[in-house]
Ligand binder design. Structure first.
Ligand code: ATP
Length: 306
């Protein structure tokens, strides 16, 4: 009896597992049905890019219906300007980019690029002109040369190296035993968050997109490397008219932005230049004071000045 009950128990376990998996799949399909990824409308047109101005008009959105992130969010990003979006963690800064890129569609409201409603545009034509340096850059299991070249597949080795030099990561790469042939990504060499982000900057430099999103990593770079990277970004990616949006955690990286938009709880609470916002004495001002005093506490006063 014992010999017989063991396999039966085992079969029972398998049956319960399978049933659970089927239930999980059902839930998954329901979720996908409720929230299908955006697709092109039948009569979708390609984006006619003029200057790359972006406008959110009364946008409401939540990843889950019962947890809204934005309620009637409106703001404008002028063409060819450097704009920073700042605000407390989790207030929806990165979500702005996900909506523009159409990973998701808003539940109401509209998003425009150069006065064209993105809902009626071909997804691919949007994604072609928007370049992103994400917080955490996915790397393929392949060598570094290939990983950077992914930004523009027909780039020559020289162009890849030029980009990594500008992104301040060439020296690090050449110090690796196999240099540009070093395998990274899954099962490859582990590289730091900061190096990853600099590889992502090199990738984007090769792509040279008219609209650039830079999602600053929360803690990847030390103050010195960050200052150098920002200098390089300023000299290379911002050397020509390009709409660039910096989602920033450290306010010192946004001081020179043409416009700073301050978010709280999915709303724009204030906007202006660094000086204007400091004079206003609102949320930006208190965030600035907070970060300055944190930097002093850490005994790193250079963070405040740079
Ligand atoms: P941080 O400054 O920490 O990077 P953020 O302001 O960029 O945050 P978002 O990443 O836009 O914030 O996220 C806004 C809110 O939505 C957060 O509460 C987050 O937990 C939630 N969220 C983000 N992505 C998803 C997702 N894919 N599914 C469900 N909730 C999500």
């Amino acid at each position: 009896i014992f010999q017989l009950s063991l396999p039966l128990n085992f079969l029972g376990t398998i049956y319960r597992e399978m049933r659970q998996n089927l239930l999980d799949m059902e839930v998954l399909f329901k979720l996908v049905e409720q929230n299908p990824p955006p697709r092109d409308k039948l009569d979708a047109r390609p984006l006619d890019l003029r200057g790359g101005a972006i406008r959110f008009e009364n946008v409401s959105f939540g990843y889950h219906p019962d947890r809204p992130i934005f309620r009637n969010l409106s703001f404008s990003i002028p063409a060819g300007k450097k704009v920073a979006i700042v605000g407390p963690s989790g207030c929806g800064k990165s979500t702005v980019f996900r909506l523009l890129y159409r990973f998701y569609d808003p539940s109401s409201g509209k998003i425009f690029i150069d006065d064209q409603d993105v809902q009626f545009l071909q997804l691919e034509s949007i994604r072609k002109v928007v370049g992103v340096v994400p917080q955490d850059t996915p790397l393929f299991h392949s060598d570094i040369m290939h990983n950077v070249r992914y930004g523009r597949l027909d780039a020559t080795d020289e162009e890849v190296i030029e980009a990594t030099k500008k992104a301040n990561v060439h020296d690090t790469i050449t110090k690796l035993p196999e240099g540009y042939a070093t395998k990274v990504g899954e099962r490859g060499l582990m590289i730091s968050g900061g190096e990853k982000q600099r590889l992502a900057v090199a990738r984007v430099m090769l792509r040279d997109p008219p609209i650039l999103f830079f999602d600053e990593a929360t803690s990847a770079l030390d103050a010195h490397t960050e200052a150098e990277l920002m200098r390089n970004i300023n000299n290379t990616l911002l050397d020509k008219a390009r709409t660039s949006i910096f989602i920033a955690h450290r306010l010192r990286t946004v001081v020179e932005a043409d416009l700073i938009i301050v978010f709280r709880d999915g709303e724009v609470v204030e906007q202006g230049s660094h000086e204007e916002l400091l004079r206003k004495g609102g949320l930006y001002h208190s965030m600035w004071l907070q970060q300055a005093s944190d930097a002093f506490k850490d005994d790193r006063p250079e963070d405040v000045i740079s």
